[in-house]
Design a protein around this ligand. Structure first.
Ligand SMILES: C[S@@+](CC[C@H](N)C(=O)[O-])C[C@H]1O[C@@H](n2cnc3c(N)ncnc32)[C@H](O)[C@@H]1O
Length: 389
């Protein structure tokens, strides 16, 4: 795809991207000439030293490729702190926090400061991130914003066998590799893979053989002529969080839909997109390693996996309703109009909640296990869309 209007990367970034293309090309050859798209995406995002998340790309904020909610406003993390505090209160002193995919570390700093204000600081705040490169950035952010709380933060290389506490992940599920499946006009399922052809990456479909991916795709009952994403890694991840959690709750926020809306006939080409310097890119082969790749989250699939793994649904709501119920406007008012950043925060609140921006497209979903929570868990006391799942 020709996208000449996009900002040019530096010479170093161009050569890192070329090295990643070569690494992926080798993987295609080693796989016999055809690589499932999920493997391409895993390499493009998480190849050691070169992948989008594991290499040197700026990623977040104005100089990066996209902006997430905790980058927009500390009020986002302050709202999540209310939910976390209710869970930690129910758990008692043993409850900890585990954040997945902590990005720049902003949410960790906001959540720690919020829990401190609420008198619910956990003894330990664990961070699990596939990207080791981000670890130093997270440490620096927390050291600058909450130096006295840095000692409570632990970076984990692997999941513990058991965990009692509050699990949170913002925009993590969408960053997990997706397989691409296509139902042809005769109703047969195919998996879309990547080949190396004429000096560039190209597509090739193969009939989908019986196995776990076939089962996930077949259960979607896709219309004929439909292409979409399935996220086996997301299923495995939710199951392992459920398996690890002995007592507590998990909260995930992300963009996506419940089944009926996700697999709407209008979305027959799926939701896979790239982000490059705040532009949406529809070619997933565009500048590998410099472009974020992501798909929308099928929250019905998240619910089914969590439910099967023994988690109880606590609520599912659009981000706007979640944040408003968790006290977003009171927190904004508490800043006061004299606060130097007040107007910027008003704009951020608008962006986080407006149905035309992040308010409706983003959702919050929460689950619990072996814990008695307040009937109205902060964030889920207002509108509940659980019936859509
Ligand atoms: C889009 S970023 C979101 C970062 C941050 N939560 C925010 O809101 O700004 C996705 C993050 O998820 C991480 N990630 C993806 N899959 C993961 C997994 N299975 N376990 C832990 N982290 C993961 C990536 O490395 C990256 O830091």
């Amino acid at each position: 795809m020709n996208t000449p209007q996009l900002p040019a990367p530096s010479a170093d970034a161009v050569s890192a991207s070329a090295a990643l293309v070569e690494r992926i090309r080798q993987s295609i050859l080693e796989a016999g000439g055809w690589l499932p798209f999920a493997d391409y995406m895993r390499l493009a995002l998480y190849s050691p030293g070169l992948g989008y998340y594991s290499g040197g790309a700026a990623k977040f904020g104005a100089e990066g490729d996209f902006t997430t909610a905790p980058e927009l406003s500390p009020l986002f993390g302050a709202c999540i702190a209310d939910t976390a505090a209710a869970v930690l209160a129910a758990l008692g002193p043993d409850g900890e926090v585990m954040e997945f995919g902590a990005g720049t570390g902003r949410l960790a700093a906001q959540l720690l400061l919020g829990l401190e204000r609420l008198g619910r600081l956990p003894a330990r705040y664990c961070i699990v991130d596939l990207s080791g490169e981000l670890r130093e950035r997270q440490r620096a952010t927390i050291a600058a914003a909450a130096p006295h709380l840095l000692g409570r933060v632990d970076w984990l290389d692997a999941l513990p066998e058991t965990f009692s506490g509050f699990v949170v992940g913002n925009e993590v599920l969408d960053a997990m590799p997706c397989a691409l499946v296509h139902r042809d006009d005769d109703g047969r399922l195919h998996e879309r893979g990547v080949v190396w052809r004429d000096g560039a990456f190209g597509w090739q479909d193969r009939p989908l053989a019986a196995g776990p991916l076939y089962d996930l795709a077949a259960a979607l009952a896709l219309p004929k002529g439909y292409t979409t994403e399935v996220q086996p890694d997301m299923h495995a991840y939710v199951a392992s969080v459920a398996g690890m959690l002995t007592r507590g709750a998990a909260l995930w926020l992300d963009y996506g839909f419940a089944h009926a809306e996700y697999y709407h006939p209008e979305r027959h080409m799926g939701t896979l997109i790239g982000h490059y310097r705040h532009h949406t890119v529809h070619d997933p082969f565009f500048r590998p390693g410099l472009t974020d790749l992501t798909c929308h989250v099928d929250f019905s699939a998240v619910y089914r996996e969590a439910d099967a793994a023994g988690l109880a649904l606590e609520g599912y709501a659009p981000q706007a309703q979640y944040l408003l119920d968790a006290g977003l406007l009171d927190k904004l008012a508490a800043l006061g109009t004299g606060h130097p950043g007040y107007l910027a925060q008003v704009a951020a609140v608008q962006k986080l909640t407006s149905p035309a921006e992040m308010g409706d497209l983003f959702k919050a979903i929460a689950f619990s296990k072996a814990i008695e929570l307040p009937a109205l868990l902060p964030g889920f006391g207002g509108r509940d869309d659980s019936h859509k799942l």
